[in-house]
Each structure stands twice: as structure tokens, then as C-alpha cells.
Design a protein around this ligand. Structure first.
Ligand code: C6P
Length: 404
């Protein structure tokens, strides 16, 4: 049974005040909060078995190695990857994307096409632009419409035998749109293109099955899923990960090193050079376990209730425009008040203890599409409440009164 009062007790930060007011945390799309269960795992690591992994014969090192590799298995199971070695630990979504983009430098040729969507975060644009500069490949953009949805017939028209790669986010961070990735993956595969899905904003709400999706690469960040910052994962099909060259050279990613030649370690270690964020990996596993005890269907349905409740009230505020009205949406609402800069609204809300994000949300092309400098973005998690949404609505009305 979903008991919001019990769930909120898991998050110590939710009982603090900000500017003398109870914290209302609506910046979950930027980073989620951490439950005590995950904080305990972090404290336990540093208190009891902090050691480097895969290197020591001593007990602490073996304990840390076992816990780290268990976390990899937890992530494998969660995403339903076929093999644990298809899960590469990264520092986050950005790292995972750059790892793949770098790998394709030696595979792409001048004149190849790569498709990216108009709804992407800069992390899923800039690495591909850099890849195009290195290889001479062309970056083509799947356009969006006013509702903030991808224009699928245009995607179909862009696909050709020249298309080698397609990159789309599962969910847009700025608008909350859930993209039809099943269709995109299927169609891309028909022309022989590989697909990378940016799951930074989907994984807090949806449990993706990478085998059912038949996706080639899927990336995510732990800090958006109740886990720590500086930790993420890249899923890659075994066949692709074997084909791609390592991203970084260093300790742990080698089989043998001489000055004449180095051979690389097997997966996943080939892509994990240097001492990783050991505690982060273990805590990521704990965060996934925590979210699964609540259940992703329960999370999605409760968050949708919050989304519908907030949307209805926001629509009643005169002069307020919501950007991103796709039928398939996660609990993200981007909006502006007529003639008022989003930064000013965010500052007043902060004075009331309400945390939202303002600005372009690292998705400038979306802002350009709507010809706006940015938006106010409220993003809800399963530990938020309708009462908090009421406080947001009151805050927005106050901001409107003060600023217009
Ligand atoms: N979006 C937001 O406020 P990192 O920073 O590597 O964990 O994630 C990057 C990233 C990539 N793709 C998408 C769709 C994202 O939303 C993000 C992070 C945050 O929207 C911080 S900019």
C-alpha cells in the first residue's frame, strides 16, 4: 500500500525549512532526494568497508568488490539486461553518452547521417556535434511540434540507409514528453542504425526493459533515482560494447601492458578505467532496490495524479502558459507568466521555501523553438503531495501580483 506519510519519513531533508518555510522540493528533474535507506548504505560503506576494489587480496577489498559487483547485478536485473557485463558504471548520463560518441569516432565515415531529436538535453547534442566534427558525419534533427512531441512522419522521412545512429531521450527534461522510443528503435533498426536512448528523465518514473526494447545503448544517472551524484550507468548490447574501443586508458581496463602493446580487459572493465566511485555504485544499487520496494507502477500512477492536479490549477491562472502538453508526459510542468522573467518567479518561490528550476534547463533548442529565454519548471516526485502543489499555486499567484 502506498502511504505518502510513511514515504516522506524516509527522506530526512523533507522535514527541513528554507527561508523559514517548510521545504517544498519541486526540482526533482534536476536531482532527486535521498532516502535514509540509501544514506545508511553510504555511511556503512565509509564506516565499515571502504577499500579499493578488484585489486586487493585483503578482506575489506573483497567485501567492497562483492558489494560493487552485486550492485551491477541489481542494475542488470532492473533494466533486464541479458548480461551483467553489459552494464558499465559511469559518472552519469553525460559520461555514458560521451563514451559511446567517442567509440563511434572510428566507426562513422564522412557522409553518414546521425539523427538527434529537437527535444534533447545539451548532453545528447554536443557530444554528437563533436563526433560529426571528428568524422565528417551529418547531424540531422527530428523536429518537434507545439505540444512538445516529436513529429514522427518527419523522423520516418529522415531515415535512410545513410543513417548510422539515432539518439533520442526517453523523456524530455524540459517538457516531460514521453517519446515513442519503441517505434523509433524499431524503425531505426530497419535501416541498420544503432539507437542510444537517454534515460536520465525516464528512469525515475519508468522501469525500462532493454531487451524488450531491443535498444543498443541506454544511459541513466543515479542522482535522479534517489541515488548519489557522480554515478550512472550505460547499458550497451554486448556485441556493440565489444566493437567499441575503450573511452579512457588507465588502471583496471587492461589485460596486459608493455611499452610495445597493451591489450584490454574483458567487459565491463574495458570501459572502467581508474578507481571508480565505489560507494556511488553500491548506493545506486540500494537506490534501485528502494524504488522497487515502492514499485514503478505505483510511483508513475501517484505522480500522474500530482501532474493532473497541478496542471488543472495552473491552467486556471490567467496569463500562465504551460509548455509541453503532450498526452504522454511525466510529472514535469514548464511554464511562464506573461511578461515576467522565469528567474524572478523562481526567486520569489524560493523565498517561500519552494524549490523549482528556472532557465533553459540545458535544452536551449527547445526554448528557441518557443522563442522564450527559459521557463519555470516544477517537477514532482513520488514523495511530493497535493498540499505542496497548493503551496506552489499560492506562491505563483503571489509572484504574479508582486511582479506584474
Ligand atoms: N538534467 C535537469 O535539470 P547528468 O548531469 O550527466 O547526470 O545528466 C545529464 C542529462 C542528460 N539528459 C537529460 C534528459 C537530462 O535531463 C540530464 C540532466 C538535469 O534537467 C540537470 S541539467
Amino acid at each position: 500500500m502506498f502511504n505518502i506519510n510513511e514515504i516522506r519519513k524516509d527522506f530526512p531533508i523533507l522535514s527541513r525549512t528554507v527561508n523559514g518555510k517548510p521545504l517544498v522540493y519541486f526540482d526533482n528533474a534536476a536531482t532527486s532526494q535521498t532516502p535514509q535507506q540509501v544514506i545508511d548504505v553510504i555511511v556503512d560503506y565509509y564506516s565499515n568497508y571502504n577499500a579499493n576494489i578488484h585489486r586487493g587480496v585483503h578482506s575489506l577489498s573483497q567485501e567492497a568488490t562483492d558489494k560493487y559487483e552485486q550492485a551491477r547485478h541489481t542494475i542488470q536485473k532492473h533494466f533486464n539486461a541479458k548480461h551483467a557485463h553489459e552494464i558499465i558504471f559511469t559518472s552519469g548520463t553525460t559520461h555514458g553518452i560521451n563514451l559511446v560518441a567517442n567509440g563511434f569516432s572510428s566507426i562513422l565515415k564522412a557522409g553518414d547521417d546521425i539523427l538527434v531529436s529537437a527535444l534533447e538535453h545539451h548532453s545528447n547534442i554536443v557530444p554528437w556535434q563533436m563526433l560529426c566534427e571528428r568524422t565528417g558525419a551529418n547531424l540531422k534533427v527530428i523536429p518537434m511540434n507545439q505540444e512538445g512531441e516529436l513529429v514522427i512522419p518527419e523522423f520516418d522521412a529522415l531515415l535512410s540507409k545513410n543513417t548510422k545512429l539515432v539518439f533520442v531521450n526517453h523523456v524530455s527534461n524540459a517538457l516531460g514528453t514521453i517519446n515513442p522510443i519503441e517505434y523509433i528503435i524499431k524503425q531505426a533498426h530497419l535501416v541498420g542504425a544503432a539507437v542510444l536512448i537517454d534515460g536520465a528523465q525516464s528512469t525515475p518514473h519508468i522501469k525500462p526493459d532493454v531487451q524488450a526494447l531491443d535498444v543498443d545503448f541506454y544511459v541513466a544517472s543515479a542522482h535522479k533515482m534517489c541515488g548519489p551524484t557522480g554515478q550512472g550507468m550505460l547499458y550497451g548490447k554486448e556485441s556493440w560494447l565489444k566493437k567499441l574501443p575503450p573511452y579512457q586508458g588507465g588502471g583496471e581496463m587492461i589485460a596486459e601492458v608493455t611499452f610495445e602493446k597493451t591489450t584490454y580487459a574483458e567487459l565491463p572493465h574495458k570501459f572502467e578505467a581508474g578507481t571508480p566511485n565505489i560507494c556511488g555504485g553500491i548506493a545506486f544499487g540500494a537506490a534501485i532496490d528502494y524504488m522497487n520496494t515502492i514499485g514503478f507502477d505505483t510511483i508513475a500512477s501517484y505522480e500522474n495524479e500530482l501532474l493532473v492536479y497541478a496542471t488543472k490549477q495552473l491552467q486556471n491562472i490567467e496569463g500562465l502558459t504551460i509548455y509541453g502538453t503532450s498526452k504522454q508526459k511525466t510529472s514535469v510542468i514548464s511554464f511562464n507568466l506573461d511578461g515576467i522573467h522565469p528567474y524572478d518567479v523562481g526567486t520569489i518561490l524560493d523565498k517561500l521555501g519552494i524549490a523549482v528550476r528556472t532557465g533553459h534547463h540545458c535544452a536551449q533548442p527547445i526554448m528557441d523553438f518557443y522563442s522564450i529565454p527559459g521557463t519555470v519548471r516544477a517537477s514532482f516526485a513520488f514523495y511530493n503531495t497535493k498540499e505542496e502543489i497548493d503551496a506552489l499555486i499560492t506562491g505563483i499567484k503571489k509572484a504574479k501580483m508582486m511582479l506584474s
